[in-house]
Design a binder for this molecule. Structure first.
Ligand SMILES: C[S@@+](CC[C@H](N)C(=O)[O-])C[C@H]1O[C@@H](n2cnc3c(N)ncnc32)[C@H](O)[C@@H]1O
Length: 255
């Protein structure tokens, strides 16, 4: 079976942070490099902040993450910064906790939730508590940037065992992954991810629930929490949200 630490390492194989390849990563990288202090909520394995440090970000970078294995990898030894560059391992603050646990007061210019981490907030009260804590962590005028999959695109319909991904772990061992939806309950989709070895033996399963908020509901939560919508896009190139949008990309400002 694949351990939690090995599973966190596989996350990086399947989801490399690459600003040249992914418009989403380039979008966040621009915002991070322009902000003196950044709180990355649900930072996962910390790739965005490691990369920002390696690219010369000299300000305060904090990663907040509730999963111990993901956070352990963020704070671990795996990254090699070029000579003369500050080590992100030691100069980024890696903090254990969920969004609602953010306990900072007016300390950050920018907060982020990247790679659809916001969708992990499934309950109304969890969303309210998380937005309240994130807003409190921001300075006046500070911004919160995140994306959530637009429900109209029904992304979960692609998450079925017919859509497999064949890949290799960091040591070159071949693996296969796929998803299966377990339940669609109003706007919350629960699904299981599977990883198998070449013999077909399942070596890891992981169940996740994600919420697919529509634009009016999302914006009502943001307004109630004390945010104004600064920008909202349907694609990473700045296209406005329309009937074909697959994403709701939001930059909200503390008011
Ligand atoms: C899809 S991963 C994204 C990780 C990282 N942001 C990235 O871009 O690679 C979602 C992350 O959100 C974290 N998460 C789950 N529930 C959370 C919560 N309530 N507050 C903050 N993060 C949460 C998960 O542990 C996971 O690391």
């Amino acid at each position: 079976m694949i351990s939690d630490a090995e599973f966190a390492a596989l996350y990086d194989v399947l989801n490399p942070w690459d600003v040249k390849r992914y418009a989403s990563d380039a979008f966040y990288h621009r915002l991070v490099m322009a902000a003196d202090s950044v709180l990355d909520v649900g930072c996962g394995t910390g790739s965005m902040l490691h990369y920002a440090r390696s690219q010369g970000h000299r300000g305060r970078l904090v990663g907040l993450e509730p999963d111990p294995a993901m956070l352990g990898r963020a704070a671990g030894e795996r990254f090699c910064e070029p000579p003369g560059v500050q080590s992100a391992r030691t100069t980024v603050e890696w903090v254990s906790g969920a969004a609602a646990d953010a306990a900072w007061t007016r300390e950050f210019d920018l907060a982020t939730m990247t790679s659809h981490a916001f969708q992990c907030l499934t309950g109304d009260e969890e969303i309210r508590a998380s937005l309240t804590a994130i807003r409190a962590a921001l300075r006046d005028g500070g911004r919160f940037a995140f994306e959530t999959r637009h429900p109209q695109a029904r992304a979960w319909e692609q998450w079925n065992p017919a859509n497999v991904t064949d890949f290799a772990d960091a040591d070159g061992h071949p693996l296969r992954s796929w998803y299966q939806v377990d339940a669609v309950d109003a706007d919350v989709v629960t699904f299981t991810g599977f990883v198998s070895d070449p013999s077909g033996t399942i070596v890891r399963t992981e169940q996740t629930a994600l919420r697919f908020l529509d634009v009016p509901t999302l914006n009502a939560f943001l307004t109630e929490a004390g945010f104004a919508i600064d920008d909202q896009f349907g694609d990473w190139d700045g296209t406005p949200i329309g009937p074909a949008s697959r994403e709701i990309i939001t930059v909200a400002q503390r008011v």
